[in-house]
Design a protein around this ligand. Sequence first.
Ligand SMILES: NC(=O)c1ccc[n+]([C@@H]2O[C@H](COP(=O)([O-])OP(=O)(O)OC[C@H]3O[C@@H](n4cnc5c(N)ncnc54)[C@H](O)[C@@H]3O)[C@@H](O)[C@H]2O)c1
Length: 336
Amino acid sequence: MKKILVTGGLGYIGSHTVVELQSAGYDVVVIDNLDNSTEEVKERIVSISGRSIDLVIGDVNDQTIMNRIFKEYDFYGVVHFAAYKAVGESVDNPIKYYENNVSGLITLLGAMERHGVQNLIFSSSCTVYGIAEDLPVTEDTPIKSAESPYGTTKIIGEEIIQDYAKHKNIKTILLRYFNPVGAHPSAQIGELPNGVPSNLVPYITQTAAGIREQLVIHGNDYNTSDGTCIRDYIHVVDLAKAHVKAMTFADKMTSSVDIFNVGTGDGSTVLEVVQAFEERCNMRLNYRIGPRRDGDVEQIFADTQKINDVLQWQTEYDLHDMMYHAWMWQKSISRK
Ligand SMILES: NC(=O)c1ccc[n+]([C@@H]2O[C@H](COP(=O)([O-])OP(=O)(O)OC[C@H]3O[C@@H](n4cnc5c(N)ncnc54)[C@H](O)[C@@H]3O)[C@@H](O)[C@H]2O)c1
């Protein structure tokens, strides 16, 4: 059985990807420093998939640990999630982000090189497109200079991989995620709240659960159908499955690096998301319209032709499913 190392595999997207890799027949080893996750997630993954995971609690920046695990296991490939992701925090503490997100990648590439592991999937983001002039964005849409140190770490990560791949034998797929939301349909794994959410869907579910008093929608005077911002929301399970498709594709790659947008191809306004939540979960949400928020892009959504054609990947879940699963997950963690 092919063995995959998943860094940050107890986190939000990582945990869902571990489940999908296991159900596709891969053996999974996770390294996670529990900075934004808990060990309990391991038991939950095992309960969903019915398969065990080898968990190493440690930091990807720790060369000694990385060497030890690459020596111990014969990895077929690596999926690299371990990173910090809070845009606001990155503005306050850029060094923390450069150190973890950029140095972590470099340490990982070093370990892969020393141990002859070639296949890598890297978590990138649509943030690299900034305010795109033409929509939907394709993989050829120009990269813009980032709006935050977090965004910078994704651009630098992509550049390091592209440069490294010119000189060394590596097969890397850069997946540019749009807006991952929702949770596993079992409601056993999902996004763990970390303070006041800055993302829409956790804010919606926390408001519905009474943890937040009211959702404030940041601006309704944008040039969109109802004046609120447009994003391309993607169910985290669909996103997880894209990683499995990418890992399968690694062997067939003709270039050393390939890039795929991972979104649905459909943009939804903030009000459409709220409406989908209200309809599917049969609840009224307490919200009001507030002023625009600095740094928000008016609209962005993906052209998904490439991932649909090349990786033969399609989404299975719609916006209503995303809202329902996010709500089931919120209810399960609120009960604790
Ligand atoms: N969630 C999103 O909206 C989104 C969008 C685009 C890209 N991404 C990227 O996807 C990846 C995963 O995101 P997520 O939402 O699952 O985040 P997450 O915080 O839920 O998961 C990251 C996991 O990595 C672990 N981790 C962090 N630094 C580590 C280190 N140095 N060593 C070992 N483990 C470490 C954390 O404990 C956590 O379990 C990140 O690289 C993120 O930048 C996320």
